[in-house]
Design a protein around this ligand. Structure first.
Ligand code: SF4
Length: 166
């Protein structure tokens, strides 16, 4: 076998392995950029034994440098904008953002107010949107599972790598 194609096979296998690991055990961080805490309470409920988000491999982390997924709640306020961007930039690639709740999607009830910049995607890219005010715990889990499903490597798909945007 040509050494170059052997290297490519090794690299593809490694990328597939990394994609598989990421889809089955993603690490996540939560950031509230101005929520009323309703969405945060529903998100915290996903971690309780009743809903047990960890059964899907999702682990919450305290540092953005360890996180694959940013779980964002609330509208973006002028005060939180820079912190949200800093946290996003500190996450390693590839990274994914989930906007949770009407406020994170559009600004919700705070939309158009003097200190609100509306939805998360006005500031950073968003990969998954979970609507609701607040979304039910089950809806948050469903949205996360759908995102994880899209990260799973398939035979025909390019593996998600540091160089490939999703
Ligand atoms: S979507 Fe509803 S529950 Fe969530 S932060 Fe906005 S107002 Fe609060």
């Amino acid at each position: 076998m040509n050494p170059n194609s052997a290297n490519k096979v090794d690299k593809d296998m490694l990328n597939n392995l990394k994609s598989w690991a990421r889809a089955n055990s993603p690490w996540a961080i939560h950031f509230n950029s101005g929520s009323c805490n309703g969405c945060d309470i529903e998100l915290v409920a996903t971690l309780t034994p009743r809903y047990d988000l960890e059964r899907f491999g999702v682990l919450m982390r305290g540092s953005p440098r360890h996180a694959d997924i940013l779980l964002a709640t609330g509208p973006v306020t002028r005060q939180s904008r820079d912190r949200l961007i800093r946290i996003y930039e500190q996450m390693p690639d590839p990274k994914f953002v989930v906007a949770i709740g009407a406020c994170a999607l559009t600004g919700g009830v705070f939309r158009g107010t003097y200190n609100c910049l509306d939805g998360i995607d006005k500031v950073i890219p968003v990969d998954a949107y979970i609507p609701g005010c607040p979304p039910r715990t089950e809806a948050i889990i469903q949205g996360l599972v759908a995102l994880l499903g899209s990260l799973k490597p398939t035979p025909d798909a390019e593996p998600v790598t540091e160089e490939t945007d999703v």
